[in-house]
Write a protein that binds this ligand. Structure first.
Ligand SMILES: *Cc1c(COP(=O)(O)O)cnc(C)c1O
Length: 376
């Protein structure tokens, strides 16, 4: 927890769980990316946390933006970014959304099939397109699976089709899966990418850009490699697969830029045992899967949870949210050690909660309001 967040929480009088996010940490993270991946443009994946304060800060630092929708496009423009700094990275767009984004000045779009190319060709004439290739996501705690990206061998066909439709084939993108622990995960994708570059060159199409996606981790319970190691591994792979002709590169960090900048303060609502001799207690918080902690699905993301009693003896707990829905359990398969002295009404701090939380909160399931966020 940063000193600023600690101060803020001391002053806070409002009831209910909240997320507090420290902009100083986002700034530091941005600078770390610039250092670890020199000559690589950073496009912030807005979906991780679209708070206007974060967007404004990043605009001022010279950051570019990866948007998933029209609303995110508008938010980035409202924060003061020129449209040239936007990449519309979602491969699933309505044609009228593409048309509106193009009218707003956006000229870079991701595609992963010919039908999407046709939409972009009609709605955003002459734009640049990046073809997304499929990545298996192994090594990631939050894999992005088979939903996105063509098989790499078809990418050259799709980019050639784009060229014939009057678009500018710009490059190749992929995403190695979010919260990626393996620093070598980019290597295989870069081998495929280099093959696409060669196949396009043979057809007279010169690609210029590789979009390395996101995947850079935030520090949760499990230790993660340093950003610097990711940068080194990626550049080793670029040189290995592209030789002297290393293309322009961009990255799209979401979690890596904002994850560790935010922390949730929540409260223990109930502690129960299902039988007197039960060793495992059920600890119910006033926040769960429906109000910001959706990434605990399958216990994928294991947040560090702190209490004021952490020096006391601990015992395993099942942690659950407050709603009347049995999927609203955060950690059960692997119980979570919490202090034996933990009591109803105690505050708990959920760390590294700056990414994929506030916007994952439902609008009012069970009558609980969406997670409140304070950006300081
Ligand atoms: C979600 C997403 C990102 C951000 O991923 P992180 O793992 O949070 O860094 C980047 N690019 C695309 C296309 C995405 O969908």
């Amino acid at each position: 927890m940063t000193a600023r967040i600690r101060e803020f929480l001391k002053q806070r009088t409002n009831d209910g769980p909240c997320l507090v996010l420290d902009l100083d940490v986002v700034r530091e993270n941005y600078q770390n990316f610039a250092r670890a991946l020199p000559d690589t443009k950073v496009f912030y994946a807005v979906k991780a946390n679209p708070a206007p304060e974060i967007l404004k800060l990043l605009v001022g630092l010279g950051c570019c933006f990866d948007v998933a929708s029209l609303a995110e496009t508008e938010a980035v423009l409202a924060a003061g970014a020129p449209p040239e700094r936007i990449s519309y990275g979602n491969t699933i767009k309505k044609e009228r959304e593409i048309a509106t984004a193009f009218k707003l000045g956006v000229t870079l779009f991701a595609v992963d099939c010919e039908a999407e190319v046709e939409k972009v060709a009609r709605a955003a004439r002459g734009s640049r397109v990046i073809c997304r290739i499929h990545c298996d996501g192994s090594g990631a705690e939050w894999p992005l699976s088979r939903k996105f990206g063509c098989e790499p061998v078809y990418a050259a066909d799709i980019l050639e089709f784009a060229h014939k439709q009057g678009l500018i084939p710009h490059g190749v993108s992929f995403h190695v899966g979010s919260q990626q622990h393996n620093i070598e995960a980019w290597d295989r994708a870069l081998a495929s990418t280099a093959a696409v570059f060669r196949a396009c060159a043979e057809r007279g199409i010169a690609l210029t850009t590789v979009n390395l996606g996101g995947g850079f981790p935030a520090r949760y319970v499990r230790k993660t490699p340093k950003l610097e190691s990711y940068g080194k591994a990626i550049f080793r792979s670029l040189r290995k697969h592209f030789g002297n002709a290393v293309p322009e590169t961009i990255v799209e960090p979401g979690r890596g830029l904002v994850g560790n900048a935010g922390m949730i303060e929540a409260e223990v609502v109930l502690i129960a045992k299902r039988s007197p001799e039960d060793e495992v207690r059920w600890v119910y918080l006033d926040i769960g899967k429906f109000h910001g902690l959706a990434e605990t699905i399958d216990e994928s993301i294991r947040y560090p949870i702190r209490t004021a009693k952490d020096r006391d003896e601990t015992a395993p707990c099942i942690i659950a949210g407050p709603t009347c829905d049995s999927v609203d359990v955060l950690y059960e398969k692997t119980p979570y050690p919490l202090p034996v002295s933990l009591a109803i009404g105690d505050k708990v701090l959920i760390e590294a909660a700056g990414a994929y939380t506030a916007t994952y909160s439902s609008v009012g399931f069970n009558g609980y309001p969406p997670l409140r966020q304070y950006v300081i």
